[in-house]
Ligand binder design. Structure first.
Ligand SMILES: C[S@@+](CC[C@H](N)C(=O)[O-])C[C@H]1O[C@@H](n2cnc3c(N)ncnc32)[C@H](O)[C@@H]1O
Length: 236
């Protein structure tokens, strides 16, 4: 399981993921509405710098950024197809937009910039536990004092094994994701079974604490799909 192993799926079948998110099977609409509400509460509108790790085409984050404009946006992804679409979805932003075709962990670990918000949407669960811990560690290093690590992702229930999680998640996909053509749904199921390594929330909180992000708050939860804010102090 390497950071880049999930990337070919998104490169070759980006349109399948886009259809899944458009049909809202992973609760993108609800989760990103929570993200938008949260970003609105920042007091440094037009001044904060946001790094988006595994940005994909950024179609769900872009509207929040239009409402709460950052001073700088950098999106990182290994899928060239997704990044090409991101240019269009982010076109309304008036701040500098940088799209980087590179591994997200490598980018974060070598970043010399200070970030006010590090966002990651449905990408963290592709990393191994060690890689996730490295991501939290690097985020702790490059976040400003009032910085936020804002994560939208799948999370296992407490005491649920990866096997139990996969069984439940794949059953949900096959039962509820009825708008995805069967062949594409099977591709997506294969991708999930091979590449998804979601953690339990306490494990993520431990990693965050180890990097100085002592405070965490679940701002949205829809089944396994979560939005969680990690910060040094108590955030709004
Ligand atoms: C499920 S999509 C999420 C896209 C978007 N952030 C969202 O919330 O809808 C995961 C994205 O992470 C990217 N990705 C996965 N592993 C990566 C890595 N190691 N480095 C950079 N991007 C990665 C994939 O290419 C894909 O675009």
């Amino acid at each position: 399981m390497a950071t880049s192993e999930s990337a070919p799926f998104f490169e070759h079948t980006w349109s399948v993921y886009d259809l899944i998110s458009e049909q809202n099977y992973m609760f993108h609409r609800e989760l990103y509405a929570k993200v938008a509400q949260l970003l609105k509460q920042r007091k440094d509108c037009n001044k904060y710098r946001l790094l988006d790790l595994g940005c994909g085409n950024a179609r769900f984050l872009a509207p929040s950024l239009v409402l709460s404009p950052p001073a700088q946006y950098q999106g990182v992804d290994l899928s060239g197809n997704a990044l090409r679409e991101a240019q269009t979805y982010l076109a309304e932003l008036s701040c500098p937009v940088e799209l980087t075709h590179r591994d997200l962990l490598e980018t974060l670990e070598t970043s010399v910039r200070r970030w006010d918000v590090i966002f990651t949407g449905f990408a963290l669960h592709h990393l191994s536990r060690d890689q996730k811990a490295r991501l939290f560690g690097a985020a702790g290093q490059c976040l400003s004092d009032n910085g936020w690590l804002l994560m939208v992702d799948v999370v296992r229930e407490e005491n649920q094994s990866r096997e139990e999680y996969l069984q439940e998640y794949l059953r949900d996909m096959r039962g509820r994701w009825t708008g995805i053509p069967p062949e594409q749904l099977e591709l997506a199921c294969e991708h999930v079974a091979a590449n998804d390594y979601p953690e339990q929330l306490p494990a993520l909180q431990e990693m965050a604490k180890a990097s100085g992000l002592n405070n965490s708050c679940v701002i949205g939860k829809f089944g396994h799909h979560h939005a969680v804010l990690f910060s040094r102090g108590v955030a709004p």
